[in-house]
Structure formats: structure tokens, C-alpha cells
Design a protein around this ligand. Sequence first.
Ligand code: NAP
Length: 241
Amino acid sequence: MQALTINILGPVTLPEFPREFHDTMTKFGVFRAFIAGSWIDFGSYMPVKSPINGEVIAQVNKLGTDHVNSAIERLHYSWPSLKAIPAHKRADMLIKVADFIEEYRQLFRDVLIIEGGKPINEAEGEVESTITRLRMIHQDLGRLLNVGIPGEYGAGTENKYAIVVREPVGVVAAIAPFNYPLFTSMVKIATALLAGNPVIFKPSSYTPITGILIAKAIEYAGLGNYFAMVTGPGATVGDAW
Ligand SMILES: NC(=O)c1ccc[n+]([C@@H]2O[C@H](COP(=O)([O-])OP(=O)(O)OC[C@H]3O[C@@H](n4cnc5c(N)ncnc54)[C@H](OP(=O)(O)O)[C@@H]3O)[C@@H](O)[C@H]2O)c1
């Protein structure tokens, strides 16, 4: 991995985004939202500042409550096709999310540093632990299994057998904080998708560019139709659900 040099007395800028990421932006530094498979510019923005020197490093879409409600509706309609993918295949798709983060690990790291203010070793550690956690996702399949409970543990049910069937609940909201914007977000998102739930993801307004990268990784893995990444003030976005 290349070293990152930041002159805190000079301008602080986001790293250059590779060509594959250009659909995430309307123009350089102005980022779209991701709604059920599409990158959308809603035309209203809010600034993203680097904690390194307070400089504005990007603009992200500022969604209103109605935009978020319609994103939830779109995800709700995508739910049956997500449920139809067997859980082990959903796990395989989440491994591709790890592959994507691994391929662009330097970009993920540099965004964590520039927008999150993380020291280099902590940013590298967060990227690494996110990849490791995602690569363990098949182990979580065991938690989705249906469970059989023999009735012999209670009087009167000795000859009975109960089966607990675990089912997805529908669109899940994942709200993430600023301090582990990649790891915390990915764990919430990956486990919900693995269980067959579409996810609407609200990154912290301090670290929305990491949210953009996450949406790109989910899209790459073929899970984009079941995912939305909505940026905007917590109270406004939160009113939608
Ligand atoms: N972060 C941690 O490591 C951690 C660990 C343990 C416990 N906690 C607890 O978690 C809680 C949150 O604290 P925090 O400092 O981590 O996060 P925070 O900065 O308060 O906000 C976390 C997320 O919630 C969003 N949000 C704010 N108001 C909302 C609303 N009305 N509806 C929906 N989303 C809303 C924020 O959006 P905006 O950024 O747009 O405001 C952000 O995405 C606290 O009670 C804290 O003690 C946090």
C-alpha cells in the first residue's frame, strides 16, 4: 500500500477516485445517493468537512423524508427476489463485497483518514478487520437455521416437537456512527442482507463518503437492488421510519 502524505497547512482533498467510481458522482466531489440499484442526484446537497482542518472536501445529497420513504418502498418491492436467493448464495455475494474492499483497500483507507480523521494505522486496521469479518460470513449461516425443540423439557408436551422457523422481517434500517464508519456499517448491513432483509443505510453525516464506497461495494457484489444508501441530516432521514 502506498503512503499517504497530508500537509495539514495546505488544502486537504479526497483521494482521486478510480474511473469505476465515477457513477457515484455528478461531478468530482459531488456525490449521489444510492437507491435500490441506481445512483441518483436529488439536487440538494450538504457539505462534508475533513476533521483534519475543517475544510469542505465534498458535497453529498441531502435527502428529505419523502425521498427516504420512497427508497424504503422500492426496497420493499425488491424483498421477494432477495428472499428467493438461497442464504448460502447471499453469503457468497457478501464475500464479493470483501473482494471489492480488498481491491480498493487504499481508497477505503484514505477516505477513512481524510473524512474520518483516523490515524493511518487505525484506518488500515478498520479496513483489514472489515475484510476479515466479511470473509467469516458463512459462519453466520448457522444462526439462520431453523431450530427444533423437543417437548420433553416441559410437562404435558413430552410427545411433541416444536420447530422455530426463522424468517426475514423486511426492510431493515442500518444507522451508523462516525467512529467506525466502515466496520460498524458493514457488520449491520451484511448480517441483515444475509438473513434476507433489504437494507436502507444511513451513514453518519461526518462520514458519508465511506457510505458511498460501501454502496459501490454492495452494487459490485450484485446486491444493489436490495440496498439503499441515503445521506442527509439524521433527524430528517430518521423521520421516515
Ligand atoms: N459510536 C459508538 O461507538 C457507540 C458505542 C456505544 C454506544 N453508543 C451510543 O449510541 C448512541 C449514538 O451516539 P453516536 O455518538 O455513536 O452517534 P451520533 O453521532 O449521535 O449519531 C449516529 C447516527 O445516528 C444518526 N441520527 C441522529 N439523529 C437521528 C434520528 N433522529 N433518526 C435517525 N438517525 C439519527 C446520525 O445522523 P447524522 O450524523 O446525520 O446526525 C448518525 O448517522 C449514543 O447513545 C451513544 O452513547 C455509541
